[in-house]
Design a protein around this ligand. Structure first.
Ligand SMILES: [Zn+2]
Length: 350
């Protein structure tokens, strides 16, 4: 498994118990999807393996007994890996989802990793192409940074919706808002769990952080200050940046409405991070969220910060791994990728 997005992990419970499942990081998987889905009454319960005993963590930057080495790559779920198989007669590179430009420090670039492994060509590359042939307009890291800086200096209130697994985006957000005078308010349990999980590694993660979540039995003990969203944060919103998952943001707004609380959120912007442009389910949910935000006077901006490489990165990727053969996956336009690949190969051979 390359990462924990649902379109990749599928239904692990259907994998035979005599098969070992390799996850990027078993502990992270247990603490996140393991806890979130274990008692789900829906199909999500089947996402989890029948037993965690059959799973283990990928070996990052070192070869396992099957001659496979995992490479940490940048994506909108942390950690995400690509796999490199170095066999006696051939080498295979397999990418799950990945982007070329990382957002934050936990991952090294593909170039660095391949360089450290001394790999400059492979026989077969199995490569995703989510954005290949896509007409969606995607923001770069610099564009996202600019949007964040402009928003903090223009709007009183800032709400950013991110996916709880997207630690890289959270780290990047923290590095940008560190320069402002605002404290970060985490208003989602699952985002808080993920930040807590990694905070020993990156202690600055929970610096200047306040937590505004409803108490729940299954929330880990809070080592940092709690704050009330309605009574404190919304009353002096210019002092904070609120981070929440889209669904929980919706929950907060619905609760306010039900309670009939008067909250003025005009002069507030909600930046909705959309890392996976083709997840239709999320888009529908987002439309509902946008209507609710509007009701409270919040200006909404969709930020398509793709978890996948941009079409213009394809050439660089091919130059980095120089595959003899390409097998496109996870794309709606494999023909385009193959045609481009043949052209680039012919060009390189000249
Ligand atoms: Zn993904």
């Amino acid at each position: 498994m390359s990462h924990l997005h649902l379109d990749h992990i599928g239904l692990l419970s259907t994998v035979s118990s005599s098969t070992t499942i390799i996850l990027p990081d078993k502990d992270v998987a247990k603490a996140t999807i393991g806890t979130w889905y274990e008692r789900s009454p829906r199909w999500l319960a089947y996402v989890l393996p029948r037993s965690w005993d059959v799973t283990r963590s990928a070996k990052v930057m070192s070869e396992d007994e099957n001659s496979v080495t995992a490479l940490l790559v940048s994506h909108s779920a942390y950690p995400s890996v690509a796999y490199l198989y170095i066999g006696k007669t051939s080498t295979i590179f397999y990418s799950g989802d990945f982007r070329l430009q990382r957002l934050a420090e936990p991952v090294s670039s593909l170039e660095e990793s391949l360089g450290r492994l001394g790999i400059d060509t492979v026989d077969l590359a199995i490569v995703e192409g989510t954005n290949m042939g896509s007409t969606a307009s995607m923001m770069t890291k610099t564009g996202f940074e600019e949007t964040l800086i402009n928003s903090t200096s223009t709007f009183e209130g800032i709400i950013v919706s991110i996916d709880p697994l997207d630690l890289e985006a959270a780290l990047f957000l923290y590095s940008v808002v560190e320069q402002s005078q605002r404290d970060v308010v985490v208003a989602s349990e699952r985002i808080f769990w993920v930040l807590k999980l990694f905070h020993e590694k990156w202690p600055r993660l929970l610096n200047k952080t306040l937590v505004a979540i409803e108490t729940s039995r299954r929330t880990p003990p809070v080592p940092i200050s709690s704050i009330s969203l309605v009574n404190e944060v919304f009353r002096d919103i210019k002092r904070y940046i609120i981070i929440a998952e889209p669904t929980q943001l919706l929950e907060h707004l619905r609760r306010l409405k039900v309670q009939g609380r008067e909250v003025d959120l005009s002069n507030t912007v909600a930046l909705l991070l959309d890392p996976e442009p083709r997840e239709v389910v999320r888009e529908i949910e987002e439309e509902v969220l946008i209507r609710w935000l509007k009701m409270f006077g919040v200006h909404t901006q969709r930020v398509c910060l793709s978890g996948h490489y941009h079409p213009y990165d394809f050439k660089k990727i091919i130059q980095l791994i120089k595959p003899k053969q390409l097998l496109p996956i996870h794309t709606e336009d494999p023909d385009l990728m193959l045609k481009l690949f043949e052209k680039l190969k012919a060009h390189e051979a000249k």
